[in-house]
Design a protein around this ligand. Structure first.
Ligand code: GLU
Length: 303
C-alpha cells in the first residue's frame, strides 16, 4: 500500500453541511490500540454518515510533544489506511485564537490568576489530609483549588501579577455557572450513559484554562477548535466523558455550538489497566513491526 503523506493537498468530496468528525491525538508518545479504536471508529462513523474526517494534532504541551512524534502519528494512521483530510490542524499554530477566547472570558470577569502550581496544591492538600480533613477532588482525582487562593483581594492579585510570579488562569466555576444560569446538557451516543446527559461542570472546580507552563489548556483549546473546525460529532474515549461538562460550559459562555458526543469504551492492557503511551507492546508501531496487518488491528480492538 502506498503511504499517503499527510501534507498532500486535501481531497474533499462531501458537501458543506456534511457531518464533521475529528481524531485529535497528542504527539507526546506513540499511538496505541486505544488510539486505533478511536481513529477507526471516527473513520467508520464518518463513512457511514457521509461525513468529513479531520485530524487535529493537540500539541499545546510544547515540552512533551515533538515533530518526530507527530510524524510517527501520521505514519501510524497512514499504515492503518485511514483517509483523513489534509493538512492536519496543529494546535501550536493557533495560540492567538485560544488567547482571544481567554480574553473574552476575562472581560466577562470569569477568570483569575492562580499562583499555586498543581504540585503546590497537592502538597497543601496532603498536609490537610494528614490531619484527617477530606478534600474535594475532580472526576480525574485531582484536588480542587484551595478556596483561600480563589478569593485573593484585587490588590494582592495586582501586586503578585506585577512581580511576574508564574501563574495559570483558572475559570471561576461558580461565577461562570451563575452567568449561564441554566441547566446544560449534551446528546450522547457512546458506550457509557446515553441520551440527554446533564453537564456537571461544578464537579471540576475552577479548571485551568491557561497553564503556567504551556499556552492555553486542553479544555480551552479543544472547545475552541471543535467550533473553529465545524466539528459536529466528537468521538473519543470514555476517559473524557466527564471533561465534556467543562467543554459544554465553555461552549455556553463563548456562544459556540455543541456537537453530538460519542464516548467509546476503552481498551485495557494485559494487566487490565488503561493503556498508556509507555506500554510499548500495544504501540501500533510495535505491532506493525511484528508483521500485524491493519485488519489484525481492527480485530484486536473489536471492530
Ligand atoms: N488530545 C486528547 C488525547 O490525546 C484527545 C482530545 C479529544 O479527543 O477531545 O487524549
Amino acid at each position: 500500500m502506498r503511504r499517503k503523506s499527510m501534507t498532500e493537498p486535501s481531497r474533499q468530496t462531501v458537501g458543506h453541511d456534511a457531518p464533521v468528525f475529528r481524531f485529535a491525538p497528542s504527539p507526546n508518545g506513540r499511538l496505541h490500540l486505544g488510539h486505533a479504536l478511536s481513529a477507526l471508529l471516527n473513520a467508520d462513523m464518518a463513512e457511514k454518515m457521509g461525513g468529513r474526517l479531520l485530524l487535529r494534532i493537540e500539541d499545546i504541551d510544547l515540552a512533551r510533544c515533538s515533530r518526530e512524534l507527530e510524524q510517527a502519528v501520521f505514519d501510524d494512521l497512514a499504515w492503518l489506511g485511514i483517509p483523513f483530510e489534509t493538512p492536519a490542524r496543529r494546535q501550536s499554530e493557533h495560540f492567538p485564537l485560544y488567547r482571544e477566547a481567554l480574553d473574552r472570558l476575562q472581560a466577562m470577569g470569569l477568570i483569575y490568576p492562580a499562583f499555586l502550581s498543581r504540585g503546590e496544591v497537592k502538597a497543601r492538600v496532603s498536609a490537610h489530609e494528614r490531619e484527617g480533613a477530606i478534600w474535594p477532588r475532580d472526576p480525574d482525582g485531582a484536588p480542587l483549588y484551595p478556596t483561600e487562593e480563589r478569593f485573593l483581594s484585587e490588590a494582592e492579585r495586582t501586586e503578585r501579577l506585577a512581580t511576574t510570579e508564574r501563574h495559570a488562569w483558572r475559570l471561576d466555576i461558580d461565577k461562570a455557572r451563575a452567568l449561564v444560569g441554566k441547566r446544560l446538557t449534551w446528546e450522547e451516543t457512546g458506550d457509557g450513559p446515553r441520551g440527554e446527559i446533564e453537564a456537571d461542570p461544578a464537579a471540576w472546580g475552577d479548571v485551568v484554562l491557561w497553564r503556567s507552563d504551556a499556552p492555553a489548556s486542553y479544555h480551552l483549546a479543544v472547545t475552541v477548535d471543535d467550533a473553529a473546525q465545524g466539528v459536529t460529532h466528537v468521538v473519543r474515549g470514555l476517559d473524557l466523558f466527564h471533561a465534556t461538562s467543562v467543554h459544554r460550559l465553555l461552549q455556553a459562555l463563548l456562544g459556540l455550538p455543541t456537537p453530538v458526543y460519542h464516548h467509546h469504551r476503552l481498551i485495557s492492557g494485559p494487566d487490565g489497566r488503561k493503556l498508556s503511551k509507555s506500554l510499548g507492546d500495544t504501540a501500533l508501531a510495535a505491532l506493525w513491526a511484528e508483521g500485524r496487518t491493519p485488519s489484525d488491528i481492527r480485530a484486536m480492538v473489536g471492530i
